[in-house]
Design a protein around this ligand. Structure first.
Ligand SMILES: Cc1cc2nc3c(=O)[nH]c(=O)nc-3n(C[C@H](O)[C@H](O)[C@H](O)COP(=O)(O)O)c2cc1C
Length: 304
């Protein structure tokens, strides 16, 4: 079940996705943190952020819509209280998701995290649809993305994963720009910009008006994006979008992902990530797969 990506060895390819697994430590009594391939923390910014006003999370058909607005404790408190509490799990791979409003913010957060111990890699969130500056603005503009990734890579002491937005014309092109600017891996996809309206009040259901759609509703689109990206870059891909079952994870691996992330599934079942580790292992055993790495990019396209 072991996979290697961006120089990190993971016991298996199942990773808890950012924003759906707290800072990891909140899940310690629910999930065996060291049993997962890794987990990604909530996006960390330089200063603490309160996020958007409620309602900021609603259920939709086959998924959910969120506009959390990157609520987080800020980098100092994260290091002092969350990361330090994770020290008792030395075999857990902690990937820190980083967010900023400006290039300087991203650089400052990574410089501060560089001084801390117990981090396996950084995941740069250039794809949040729920804040009004930064975030997706970087992930949807070629020049800004190139500059940001280059600047962070230059100072990063750890592998750099760039998390891409699906709200672009060509996600494969954004992955290529990330690769040529120094990214060690790309993760995709973040949520799709979407909205919901209450017809009785005629008002948007989210205070933020729009939000990001996640869950099974987005899986086929996310899968297509991973497939296209896998043909455009050589760096590893962390695929995600609506993964619930082991077969969903296998689909993403076949499309070209080296590992997968699991987000919304943890809202329906907080043990979803650990269940998927066991489920994928027994799927591989049942299909006589000796190494899970053999599934990556093993999609077979029938000849016409
Ligand atoms: C409530 C919520 C909060 C999220 N917060 C973040 C975040 O802070 N940083 C980030 O990069 N992605 C964030 N995401 C996106 C997820 O990590 C993931 O990319 C997306 O939900 C698609 O995967 P899924 O369908 O398995 O949930 C968030 C998603 C949800 C549902």
């Amino acid at each position: 079940m072991q996979v290697t990506l961006a120089g990190i060895t993971l016991a298996n390819p199942i990773i808890a996705a950012s924003g759906t697994f707290g800072y990891g430590i909140e899940f310690e009594e629910i999930v065996s943190l060291e049993a997962l391939g890794a987990f990604v923390t909530k996006g960390i910014s330089l200063q603490p952020m309160e996020g958007n006003r409620a309602p900021r999370l609603i259920q939709t058909a086959a998924g959910m819509l969120n506009a959390i607005g990157l609520q987080n404790v800020g980098v100092e408190d994260f290091i002092a209280t969350k990361l330090s509490a994770l020290k008792k799990y030395p075999r857990a791979n902690v990937i820190v998701n980083v967010f900023g409003y400006t290039v300087g913010d991203y650089v400052a957060v990574v410089e501060r995290l560089n001084q801390a111990e117990g981090i396996a890699a950084y995941e740069l969130n250039v794809s949040c649809p729920n804040v009004h500056a930064g975030g997706m603005a970087f992930g949807s503009d070629c020049g800004s993305l190139e500059y940001l990734v280059g600047r962070v890579k230059a100072i990063s002491k750890r592998p750099l994963i760039v998390k891409l937005s699906p709200n672009v014309t060509s996600i494969a092109q954004m992955a290529q720009i990330s690769e040529s600017s120094g990214a060690d891996a790309v993760s995709l996809v973040n949520t799709f910009m979407a909205m919901s309206i209450d017809v009785e009040t005629r008002q948007p259901r989210l205070t933020n008006i729009t939000g990001g759609l996640s869950g099974p509703a987005i899986k086929p689109i996310a899968l297509r994006m991973v497939y296209e990206t896998a043909r455009a870059v050589k760096i590893p891909i962390l695929g995600m979008g609506g993964i619930i079952t082991p077969e969903d994870a296998v689909e993403f691996l076949l499309a070209g992902a080296t590992a997968v992330q699991v987000g919304t599934a943890s809202y329906a079942d907080p043990r979803a990530t650990e269940r998927l580790v066991k489920g994928l292992e027994s799927w591989c055993r049942g299909h006589h797969i000796e190494s899970v790495t053999s599934l990556t990019k093993a999609l077979e396209i029938p000849k016409p």
